[in-house]
Each structure stands twice: as structure tokens, then as C-alpha cells.
Design a protein around this ligand. Structure first.
Ligand SMILES: N[C@@H](CCC(=O)N[C@@H](CS)C(=O)NCC(=O)O)C(=O)O
Length: 304
């Protein structure tokens, strides 16, 4: 289990007292109008070096010019005067361990270092169709995240949300537009091509007792070759460092491996995947346990 312990929210409470604060305007002692910052309403002791204001040539300003530093000061002043309540925040996570999309999120939470309050749903028992859950998620699917009342579906959206909101830095989901675009492309590739084709081949076998379909297997093989091409160019899926794209792709590849898909046929994928298994934070707990459960479902379906 992953325990909730390290996250805190800051809640402001009680009446907000707006205190009179000094605002600032420029004291124009030269014709450029760019003088020192002077608090308005605070007296300033004249010094011998002061140049008398040249009212004869400078137009009088009807109102003081407020600058951004006054806003900053106001913010910090207010902050000091507000009551601060630090309390525990809960991030509920509805999931089922065998689900590859749920493991995307579990891996992301481990990599980000955020604790989730795990809420197991047994899809086989229809727990995801219970009215209380459908009220939270009308699409009644997992993974579903509820972060202090904020509900989010779609595993890859949840991953990028966790990385953006709770990441120590932007390495897992870069702020740079082009780096981020590559991460997004790999995530969409995972959802729309790799995992999609995996599902098209294996879901009918596991959940519908269908026979192995060679045409669908060729499509999945092609998707793995695309991934092999990406990983031939960069060390990680979207560049030189680990990102959320690696986490999603690793969950998908592990799920295919659970169904006896031969990952060793794709040398770059095999090398990268071996590294993922040993270096992704909490890999065994977050992903392998669930991938093994999925393997059990596949084996059971095969033996029927
Ligand atoms: N694209 C979604 C897929 C979610 C999904 O298909 N979840 C399945 C389990 S793997 C589910 O909850 N199915 C039950 C249902 O849709 O009622 C994601 O990545 O989060």
C-alpha cells in the first residue's frame, strides 16, 4: 500500500484583513523619470545630495505610479497577516492492479514521490458501476484520481498532472514546449498505437475467448518496431532523461510481455525495458505486481 503522509495543503481561514500598505512610486529626480522607489505616504528624510524636484519642467503626476514591487510587498504582508492552516491532503486513487493504465499512474506517483490513498475497485465484481463511484466518474472506468475534490480521468492526463503539480522539478514532464511536445507525442503514441494495438490483439483473447489473430499481431509488431526506432535515437523514450512517457510505455510493454509477447525481438526496446525494470522508482510494487496479475488472467484465458 502507498500511504498518505507527506502532502500538505495550505488553507487560509478566518476574515482577511487588508492592511494599509505603502505603495511605491518613482521619485523622479532627473528628466528620464526613473528615480528611486519611494514609499508614498512615508516621509523621507532629505539628504544633502538630493536634487530639488524640478516642478518647473516636470509635469506633476496626478496619481502615484504603482510598481510591481508594491504588489510583491503587499502579497508578502498579507501572507504574514493571514492565518495559515496546514493539514493533510488526500489524493484518492481508484484503481485495479491488473490494469495497465492504472499502473501508468502508480509508476508516475512513485517517480514524482507523491502518496496516493489507494481505493481498490474489483471490476469483475462490477464495483466500478456502483452508484457512488459513477457519481464521481460517470465514465465508470479506472484509473480515477480525486485530488482534494478535483476529479481526473485518463491515465496519461493523470500522470502529467501529478508531475506538473507535485514534481520536484520539470524533468518528468518538461516545461520547454518542444521537449514537452515530444513527451506528449510518445504518450499519445502509447495510447493510440502501442497500447491500442495490444488491446485489439489480446483483449478479445482474454475477455472474449477469441483465437490469436495474426493480422492484429502484425499491427502490434509494427507498433513495437516504431518504438524500437524511437529508442534507437535516444536513451529514454523522449530524450536523454526519464519522463512520464517512459513510465506509460514501460507499463504497456510489461503488459505485452505478460501475454508472452517476445520483447527481445526489438533490441532497443529490450535494452531500455531492462533498464526501466531496475531503475524506475518503485517498479516492482507499482507495476510488476499488477503485470503479474494480468499474466494470470491471460494464462487462465489461454488454458480454457
Ligand atoms: N484510456 C483510459 C483507459 C481506461 C480503461 O480502459 N480502464 C478500464 C480498465 S483497464 C476500465 O476501467 N474499464 C471499465 C469500464 O470502462 O467500465 C486510460 O488510460 O485511463
Amino acid at each position: 500500500m502507498i500511504h498518505s503522509s507527506s502532502l500538505f495543503s495550505i488553507r487560509f481561514w478566518g476574515p482577511v484583513h487588508i492592511v494599509p500598505l505603502p505603495s511605491f512610486r518613482t521619485h523622479s529626480s532627473d528628466s528620464s523619470g526613473q528615480g528611486q522607489l519611494q514609499p508614498v505616504g512615508f516621509s523621507r528624510v532629505p539628504t544633502t545630495t538630493d536634487t530639488p524636484p524640478r516642478h518647473d519642467i516636470l509635469p506633476r503626476r496626478p496619481a502615484p505610479r504603482t510598481v510591481s514591487s508594491s504588489l510583491l510587498l503587499a502579497g508578502s504582508h498579507l501572507f504574514l497577516r493571514l492565518h495559515i492552516l496546514v493539514d493533510k491532503m488526500t489524493i484518492d486513487f481508484y484503481y485495479t492492479p491488473g490494469s495497465s493504465p492504472c499502473r501508468n499512474v502508480l509508476l508516475a506517483a512513485k517517480a514524482v514521490g507523491v502518496d496516493l490513498n489507494l481505493k481498490l475497485l474489483d471490476l469483475m465484481k462490477g464495483e466500478h458501476l456502483a452508484p457512488d463511484f459513477v457519481k464521481i466518474n460517470p465514465q465508470h472506468n479506472v484509473p480515477t484520481l480525486v485530488d482534494n475534490g478535483f476529479v481526473l480521468l485518463e491515465s496519461r492526463a493523470i500522470m502529467t498532472y501529478l508531475a506538473s503539480k507535485y514534481g520536484k522539478d520539470d524533468s518528468l514532464y518538461p516545461n520547454d514546449p518542444q521537449k514537452r511536445a515530444v513527451v506528449d507525442q510518445r504518450l499519445y503514441f502509447d495510447m493510440g498505437t502501442l497500447y491500442q494495438r495490444f488491446g485489439e490483439l489480446y483483449y478479445p483473447i482474454i475477455f472474449g475467448g477469441a483465437p490469436y489473430d495474426e493480422e492484429k499481431a502484425k499491427k502490434l509488431d509494427e507498433a513495437f518496431k516504431f518504438l524500437d526506432g524511437y529508442l534507437g535515437k535516444t536513451e529514454w523514450a523522449a530524450g536523454s532523461n526519464l519522463t512520464v512517457a517512459d513510465l506509460a510505455l514501460a507499463a504497456s510493454v510489461s503488459t505485452a510481455e505478460s501475454c508472452d509477447w517476445d520483447v527481445s525481438k526489438y533490441p532497443n526496446v529490450a535494452k531500455w525495458f531492462a533498464k526501466c525494470k531496475t531503475t524506475l522508482p518503485g517498479y516492482a510494487e507499482a507495476n510488476q505486481v499488477g503485470a503479474d496479475k494480468f499474466k494470470g488472467m491471460y494464462q487462465a484465458a489461454k488454458s480454457k
